[in-house]
Design a protein around this ligand. Structure first.
Ligand SMILES: Nc1ncnc2c1ncn2[C@@H]1O[C@H](COP(=O)(O)OP(=O)(O)OP(=O)(O)O)[C@@H](O)[C@H]1O
Length: 884
């Protein structure tokens, strides 16, 4: 008996029973390779005919036991010899390797003993890894692992298919020429009670387990063995390790387990996972065998249970016989004794096939017998040497030829299936490609829509920017406009202020001139001191002076009004007097002949006097023509306008009749025409003598001029008594005497009308002149008034001297405002409006503008010469420019 290497030791009480015999029988032709390199076993370094079975011992651990019993197993320093200790001695078993679970976890164990075989499968090798050992020794744990440590099955699958994680940066895989994602075909079978079940098939039509077995077993598909293969076994194909691993996890749960004395979850079946790599012809068979315990050890009670346990062990026993037969070199190897050995036949017979037998053993002393039995079995299997007489060499003849044909047919079937799978995958990928294209088209459309939106947003942004810029521009323009408005306002204020100053200066100058005129008048009065006329004039001058002295406000008021009437031509009057042809002193005229209007204030008449005789007790305004004192002759056409200008000048000098009326307390307009005292400024003794006459009872007492005839007329003037026509019911002034006027002989009724209208003022009742010489006659139309001379009027009868102008009242107002002289016009404006424009001249420029515009509007209705005078005045000219 050839002892195992350890049997040479001192303790030789334990011996492997048949090892010597087998070894002798199998080692006839070759020397076995006692120590194949476990790290490089799959690359064919072990030539065919050498040890086809490699045996590795895996000593389980009991991590859940606090007080661990002393181990009966001891690994020798060569890491290949395992010594089993007993109270009476020990026995050594030489294996291909030993791994202690406590020292090496599954990962280290896999890398050390399994990984190289898996790499060989990927290169086309065939490897069978089977777990052998008693129940509870850790076979299933090593095969499938636990949550913390994946077992050999998962690691092998990942090793072949890859898990997507390139370990060591993919360096090892590249080095080993292993591609990631190899196509594999996986079949999972369960051998229970000498029946083969398809664990991947969920169709239970093929049969099921009998009474007493766990639920779900009935759905398993029973398979028949054809040759060395399970017929119609379901396989899962693919390259995705994750999917296949999930299926195998399900399979693991579907295994038949049962609680035994040795193991709470004892696998009662053999599980075989067959993984083909058709692209390279590689095959990996992972076999988790049921426990190898005997019936008594399993604690099974009862005939049926004992029969089941016996059937379970049948595979183990048959495998033992096969191993022994091969080891003994028998001509017949009983592969057909069990389904397990039938399916493992190729693993033993194929030259390229290697068997890695992992002997699981427990260090527990209670398990020493099972441990020794397991190690003896492994040692026997390790001694198998594939010699020339082995059936493998006869595979091309007889029975072996049919096996080869079956094997080839199986491979062809696998390849066909593989091709079919590839086609299906190709279709699936085409479908996925189409879907991806459609998805891509959708995404492109979405991108286009988003781009369109983006462009819209950008467009909106540009619009917003434009609006913002426009707003900014508007703001800047508004600021600039406000600034310019302020500037214009400032310039206007400055201009108004300058105009105001200029007007004040002009007023001051005019006041000075008026003062100078007054002084001049006094000088003239002093020069004319001898005659009664002189006394009268002097008296009048005194009277005039008395007004001034008594009421300085009048002067002030006149000054103010003079400023209003600045444009009026007063300059000739301010000039030094000259002598006319009659020897009277007259003022040289810059504008030719001038007319002065003497205004006499009519004293209030009592009602009795009015009712009695309609006698006239009023002061008369006389118009005296001064054509005779002008230096040069003028034509008659200019006479009327000259007179008008003189009247205006006199009114200007006399000042504002409003202010005068304030002094006299009379009604404004009437006072303007009736109560204004003779102005000092224009009261040259001679002139005043001619102009102002205070009349009593309608007769001028002051008329001592010898040239005046009985009709009250002089050579050049005639006196006209003006009265309303009697008998008119509508006129409340019917038959009432109005006034007495002096007018040049050649004056027309139109001229007389103007004087009358001036006199009437606001009571300017419209009238027509009654027919000449006959008060009851027809009226003279206004168109003919200019052609009828005043001298043609009838002579008054009785004590009255002069001509009689009888007025017939007509409807409406006879005199528009522009027919009045400017002073009266202004008076009317002042009375008819409370506008500040008539508080000139110190009123604001705007008021003056208003007045000026008013006058300008009236200008076209004024007589041409008056309008012309207005136009040439500085005041009007300036504001005309402003208006322009
Ligand atoms: N190395 C180990 N480390 C930790 N626990 C282990 C180890 N080996 C086995 N076990 C545990 O021991 C128990 C039995 O193990 P396992 O089921 O693998 O034995 P078995 O040999 O497969 O038994 P059976 O033949 O009855 O199925 C399990 O719970 C398992 O987790």
């Amino acid at each position: 008996m050839a002892p195992t290497p350890s049997s040479k030791s001192k303790n030789q009480s334990l011996k492997t029973p048949q090892s010597a015999k087998h070894r002798l029988h199998f080692n006839l032709s070759r020397t076995p390779n006692p120590s194949p390199n476990p790290n490089n076993p799959a690359t064919g370094d072990a030539p065919s005919g050498d040890h086809p079975v490699e045996v590795i011992g895996r000593i389980r651990d009991h991590p859940d036991q606090k007080e661990k019993p002393a181990s009966i197993l001891q690994v020798n320093p060569d890491k290949q010899t395992l010594r089993v200790r007993a109270d009476f001695g020990y026995r050594d078993f030489t294996l291909d390797g030993v791994s202690i679970s406590e020292e090496e976890d599954l990962d280290a164990f896999y890398k050390k003993f399994v990984e190289s075989r898996i790499n060989g499968v990927k290169l086309g090798a065939k490897c069978t890894i089977m777990m052998y050992g008693p129940t509870g020794s850790g076979k299933s744990h090593t095969m499938f692992g636990c949550l913390k440590q994946p077992g050999i099955v998962y690691r092998s699958l990942k090793g072949i298919l890859g898990d997507g994680e390139e370990e060591d940066g993919g360096h090892n895989k590249e080095k080993e020429g292993v591609g990631i994602g190899m196509f594999v075909q996986v079949t999972v079978l369960e051998i229970y009670n000498e029946e083969i079940y398809d664990l991947l098939s969920s169709n239970g039509a093929g049969g099921g387990l009998g009474f007493g077995w766990p639920k779900g077993s009935a759905s398993k598909v029973r398979l028949e063995v054809m040759g060395k293969k399970a017929k119609n076994a379901t396989s899962i194909c693919g390259t995705d390790a994750g999917k296949i691993l999930k299926e195998i996890q399900k399979v693991e749960k579907r295994r038949i387990v049962k609680s035994t004395l040795c193991n709470d979850r004892s696998s009662r079946s053999h599980c075989m996972i067959i993984l083909d790599v058709p692209t390279v012809g590689g095959r990996l068979m992972l076999v988790d065998m049921a426990g190898s315990e005997n019936i008594e050890q399993a604690g099974q009670v009862g005939f049926e249970a004992k029969m089941q346990t016996a059937k379970i062990n049948l595979g183990n026993i048959a495998l033992k016989r096969v191993v022994e037969s091969i080891a003994n070199g028998d001509s017949h190897v009983p592969f057909r004794d069990s389904k397990l050995t039938m399916l493992l036949q190729d693993s033993f017979e194929d030259d390229k096939s290697k068997i890695l037998m992992i002997l699981c053993a427990s260090p527990d002393p209670k398990e020493i017998h099972k441990t020794i039995s397991t190690l003896e079995y492994g040692a026997k299997a390790k001694c198998i040497v594939r010699g020339p007489h082995t059936p493998v060499k006869d595979k091309f003849g007889g029975e072996d030829s049919s096996s080869a044909a079956e094997m080839l047919g199986s491979r062809i079937a696998i390849m066909d299936q593989f091709i079919h799978k590839l086609k299906m995958e190709n279709k699936q990928r085409e479908k996925e490609s189409k879907e991806a294209k459609m998805e891509l088209t959708k995404k492109e459309q979405e991108v286009a829509a988003l781009r369109a939106k983006l462009q819209l947003v950008e467009g909106k942004t540009s619009e917003e920017e434009i609006n913002m810029k426009v707003n900014e521009r508007m703001l800047s323009l508004r600021v600039e406009l406000e600034r310019k408005l302020e500037e214009c306002q400032r310039m206007a204020n400055e201009f108004v202020e300058s105009e105001r100053r200029r007007m004040e200066e002009k007023i001051f100058q005019q006041q000075q001139e008026v003062e100078m005129l007054r002084r001049r008048l006094q000088e003239v009065e002093s020069q004319l001191g001898s005659s009664s006329e002189e006394e009268e004039v002097s008296g009048f001058a005194k009277r005039l002076g008395a007004y001034v002295d008594e009421d300085p406000g009048m002067v002030k008021s006149m000054d103010l009004d003079m400023s209003d009437l600045e444009p009026l031509p007063i300059y000739p009057i301010l000039s030094a007097p000259t002598n006319d042809i009659d020897g009277n002193e007259v003022f040289p005229s810059k504008y030719g002949d001038k007319v002065c209007l003497s205004t006499v204030f009519e004293e209030e008449e009592t009602e009795e006097e009015e009712e009695d005789n309609e006698e006239v007790e009023k002061q008369m305004i006389e118009e005296k023509r001064v054509l005779s004192i002008t230096a040069k002759p003028i034509n008659e056409a200019d006479a009327a306008s000259s007179r008008r200008m003189r009247i205006q000048t006199i009114f200007t000098l006399c000042g504002n009749n409003r202010e005068l009326s304030r002094n006299t307390g009379a009604a404004p307009v009437l006072a303007a025409s009736e109560n204004i005292p003779p102005p000092r400024e224009c009261s040259s003794p001679a002139l005043v003598k001619e102009i102002f006459h205070v009349k009593e009872n309608g007769i001028s007492k002051e008329n001592n001029d010898p040239s005046i005839d009985n009709n009250g007329s002089t050579d050049s003037q005639i006196e006209v008594y003006v009265k309303w026509e009697a008998g008119s019911k509508e006129n409340q002034n019917t038959g009432k005497f109005i006034t007495t006027l002096k007018i040049v002989k050649d004056a027309s009724l139109a001229d007389l009308r103007k004087l009358i209208e001036i006199y009437l003022g606001s009571d300017n009742q419209a009238f027509t002149f009654v027919g000449l010489g006959d008060p009851a006659g027809g009226p003279v139309s206004r168109e003919k008034e200019a052609a009828v001379q005043v001298s043609k009027l009838p002579i008054c009868s009785g004590h009255l001297r002069g001509h009689l102008a009888c007025l017939r009242p007509t409807k409406g107002n006879n005199s528009p405002a522009h027919h009045l002289p400017l002073s009266l016009l202004e008076s009317k404006l002042a009375l008819n409006s409370h506008s500040p424009a008539h508080h000139l001249p110190l009123s604001p420029l705007e008021n003056k503008l208003a007045l000026n515009s008013h006058l300008s509007r009236q200008g076209d209705r004024l007589s041409p010469k008056v309008a012309q005078k207005l136009d040439v005045t500085p005041f009007v000219a300036q504001h005309s420019n402003l208006d322009a």
